[in-house]
Write a protein that binds this ligand. Structure first.
Ligand SMILES: Nc1ncnc2c1ncn2[C@@H]1O[C@H](COP(=O)(O)OP(=O)(O)O)[C@@H](O)[C@H]1O
Ligand SMILES: [Mg+2]
Length: 247
């Protein structure tokens, strides 16, 4: 579904991605882990065409997105839903209007859009009683769900998550992780999850990729990663253990 071939990207002479190649298979959950500033968000931006590689190529579903202009990126962006760390809802719009945001006429009549809004709220375990509420009237965890529902509404087949559990309390983290799991397993959505949360990665990922200095430091199943001799990977693992212990 997603494929990077030898992608190099530099900012101000500093290489953020350095001959970086990997792929995410259809229906797979791949966690991309790395320290802050290591190019995780930059990687996601290449997939939706917000950034272009200096060298190398990026494919989504065998379409080379790294050579598409803005006009031709539209269909790709509809296939790839992006889920940001913070719920980016429009404050003055109701839950219904926020979730329906990407459902435009003529494909979506008002009646079909409302039906789809109800259905996607159901996917994130929210009821229709919330339809007319404003974001400020919801808890942070609910806002995150509404934000996820908005991304899901147009029916993307790939979801790109940027730090979905960073800064969340353990209960909301568990709920968000359960959603990622269910979407992937029930709807066969392909998920690329950018994170530095090794604990969630070990629980959810089919494979984990650890990015460091623009390159792959480790790549494999959670079991492979747990056996990795790399000191940085071991740091991530002991941090995850520590967090589990102190709860
Ligand atoms: N558009 C940009 N222009 C210049 N530098 C950028 C740009 N986007 C990201 N960077 C730099 O690239 C590095 C990686 O950023 P990012 O991918 O956001 O890190 P993270 O792994 O924390 O998500 C950072 O040093 C950041 O400052
Ligand atoms: Mg980031």
């Amino acid at each position: 579904m997603i494929r990077f071939e030898g992608v190099t990207k530099a900012f101000g002479g500093r290489k953020i991605l350095d001959d970086f190649s990997f792929e995410v298979g259809k229906g797979e959950i791949l966690f991309l882990l790395g320290k802050s500033g290591m190019g995780k968000s930059v990687t996601l931006k290449h997939i939706v065409g917000l950034l272009k590689p200096d060298w190398g190529r990026v494919f989504v579903d065998d379409i080379e997105v790294s050579c598409l202009d803005e006009a031709r990126l539209g269909p790709v962006r509809r296939k790839c839903g992006m889920v940001f760390q913070h719920p980016a809802l429009l404050d003055s719009l109701t839950v219904r209007e926020n979730v329906a945001f990407g459902l435009r006429a003529p494909e979506w009549t008002e009646a079909r859009a409302l039906e789809r809004v109800r259905e996607t709220l159901g996917l994130v375990h929210l009821g229709p009683e919330l339809l007319d509420r404003l974001p400020a009237e919801l808890s942070y965890g609910m806002q995150k769900r509404v934000s996820l529902a908005r991304t899901l509404a147009p029916g993307p087949d790939t979801l790109l998550f940027d730090e979905p559990t960073t800064g969340l309390d353990p209960i909301t983290t568990t709920a968000v992780n359960a959603l990622i799991h269910d979407l992937s397993r029930n709807l066969h959505v392909t998920s690329l999850v950018v994170s530095h949360d090794m604990e969630s990665a070990l629980k959810l990922a089919d494979r984990i990729l650890v990015l460091d200095q623009g390159r792959i430091l480790a790549l494999g199943t959670p079991q492979d990663i747990e056996r990795s001799p790399e000191p940085l990977v071991q740091d991530f693992l002991s941090e995850a253990l520590e967090r589990r212990r102190t709860r």
